[in-house]
Design a protein around this ligand. Structure first.
Ligand code: FS2
Ligand code: SF4
Length: 541
């Protein structure tokens, strides 16, 4: 196996024996083959000029396939094998409609069983692209597409689609098979991936807000109640809605975990009396928090950490693109309805969660809420009460080096405000950093996809202040990344012309020295250093 798609990749260069995430060699290879077959489908769609409108099931399954391969989403070898078979069937069905089109191996290969899958996978993985710069660019595009697919898939679950995004995914995946493309062509395609990343995040924002309302300032309880509970993790709001509907009046409370926390900010979910609060911190802390939670856990997406004990594994359920071997996977019926009765029945037998912290955290500062406060914010900037905003969005992770972000937040001058989104927030959302004239110093817009809100806010401020360039705003970008959704957020920011983004705790292992050089020279991308030095640099001291 070889995988270098996330920030925790072994030695910063690549996992070769087993993933630091817990992904074993077999799962890694099956994921490679799943990506390869989606490339084959893309080649058929592009070369055959297939109308994406006419293949909606294929469109949806391509999104799901990409999503399955995101870090910490799916460890279930059997489920991935089934998905490969399904995609090969779709691919072969599409091929029947074509004639006289010359297709490559990704569109033609056949496998019969697990052994032939693994054999094929070892020839088509990341390292099959020999030139390290081409490999780096191709993989950066693919990782961006994975993030884009995840966001598009969530929007689809709410009934919103933009076929231009699906068409682009085919175009881009097919391009990663095309040896005639130069490095410059691939750099241009990388930025185009960012452009479609903006569209995907806008689509999901529209889907979420049209169904669940605009996020608003909300105080979320982080303690516990006395009833048994179900913990819901991941990013899928439609799963949360169904779970709340099905647990209404059962005496079971529902708690959010990690990236599901921002669900509390949507007006829609406030009507559920059993929507109790948020339990715990970011994804990697689940190894201890699931023990004390006591009840069942539903993963709607990443991030799953392989459970350390059989007792915890038996309390884990998955849905959507996520999966874990031996854990029940709840699928939707043809109307999108999921039956969570097995989880509810288990919860009734469980003890209530143990309280691990108490109090409240405040969030809900997506674009609409911030616009409602715009006068206050603009006045604070004009009066000098707010000197600078720091976009500190993205992901959290296990590495000790991420303590940098807590230190950074603590040491920032009191006249600065942090704009956050994604699970990166858990490094500083419980520090009690106070407010500036009633504006909290940590403004949480929501999940990682809600980084879109931060961009909308920046563009609005640019308009209000009458600036020509978004880089002239008093906003600095110190972003933490971990998995591929952060890659699409980064590409979206680059496409929008944001410069001088600092990315940490380490730069991606998938950047070859030459590609890293382009990012540094063209976009001013930089890593992180020492907290004090970085703050001085950002503050222009
Ligand atoms: Fe955090 Fe994990 Fe949101 Fe990422 S919960 S690193 O998937 O997507 O952020
Ligand atoms: Fe390694 Fe990350 Fe790939 Fe897992 S997802 S195998 S940790 S690079």
């Amino acid at each position: 196996m070889f995988c270098y798609q996330c920030q925790e990749t072994a030695k910063g260069t690549g996992c070769e024996v087993r993933g630091v995430c817990g992904k074993n060699e077999e799962v890694a290879k099956l994921q490679d083959l799943l990506i390869y077959v989606t490339k084959g489908i893309s080649e058929i769609v592009v070369k055959g000029k297939v109308d994406v409108k006419s293949i909606s099931e294929v469109n949806h399954q391509v999104l799901k396939s990409l999503f399955i391969t995101i870090t910490n989403a799916n460890f279930d070898d059997g489920a991935i094998e089934n998905q490969i078979h399904k995609m090969i069937e779709f691919r072969n069905g599409l091929k029947k409609q074509l004639s006289g089109v010359n297709l490559g191996d990704a569109a033609e290969f056949e496998v019969i069983d697990r052994a032939s899958m693994l054999d094929k996978a070892s020839k088509v993985g990341v390292l099959s692209t020999e030139n390290e710069d081409v490999r780096s660019l191709r993989e950066m595009i693919i990782y961006g597409l994975k993030g884009m697919a995840a966001y598009t898939h969530h929007a689809l679950n709410i009934g919103k689609e933009d076929l231009a995004i699906n068409a682009f995914i085919y175009e881009a995946l097919a391009s990663t098979l095309d040896d005639s493309l130069s490095a410059d062509d691939l750099v241009a395609l990388t930025l185009k991936t960012g452009e479609f990343g903006v569209k995907a995040m806008a689509l999901l924002d529209e889907a979420n807000t049209s169904k669940y309302g605009n996020p608003e300032i909300t105080s979320v309880n982080i303690g516990v109640r006395n009833n048994p509970g179900i913990l819901i993790s991941g990013h899928d709001l439609t799963d949360l809605e169904q779970l709340l509907e099905q647990t209404k009046g059962t005496g079971i409370d529902v708690y959010t975990h990690s990236e599901m926390l921002p669900a509390h900010y949507y007006p829609f979910f406030k009507k559920y009396d059993n929507f109790a609060g948020n339990y715990g911190g970011s994804w990697w802390q689940q190894v201890t928090e699931f023990e004390t939670f006591n009840g069942p856990i539903l993963f709607t997406t990443n991030c799953i950490v392989p459970p350390r004990s059989e007792e915890i594994r038996q309390r884990i359920f998955t849905s959507g693109a996520s999966g874990y071997p031996g854990c029940p996977h709840i699928t939707a019926d043809e109307n999108g309805k999921k039956d969570f009765s097995e989880i509810i029945a288990m919860a009734k037998q469980c003890k209530p969660p143990v309280e691990i912290e108490s109090g409240n955290i405040v969030g809900g500062f997506a674009h609409n809420q911030v616009f409602a406060l715009a006068d206050k914010v603009v006045d604070a900037v004009k009066s000098g009460a707010i000197k600078k905003f720091f976009v500190m969005a993205g992901c959290d992770g296990r590495m000790k080096s991420r303590e940098y972000y807590t230190e950074f937040a603590k040491k920032l001058p009191n006249d600065t405000v942090i704009l956050t989104a994604g699970c990166a927030k858990y490094r500083y959302n419980k520090l009690g950093l106070g407010d500036i004239g009633g504006i909290p110093r940590v403004l949480d817009a929501g999940q990682c996809n809600d980084s879109y809100s931060l961009v909308v806010i920046a563009l609005k401020l640019k308009e209000i202040f009458g600036l020509d360039d978004v880089n002239d705003l008093p906003i600095a970008y110190n972003i933490a990344w971990y998995e591929q959704k952060a890659v699409i957020v980064l590409l979206a920011l680059l496409y929008l012309g944001v410069k001088n983004i600092h990315l940490g705790p380490t730069l991606p292992g998938f950047l070859s020295p030459n590609v890293a050089k382009v990012l540094v020279e063209k976009f001013g991308i930089a890593g992180i250093g020492q907290v004090e030095d970085d703050i001085k640099l950002f503050m222009g001291e």
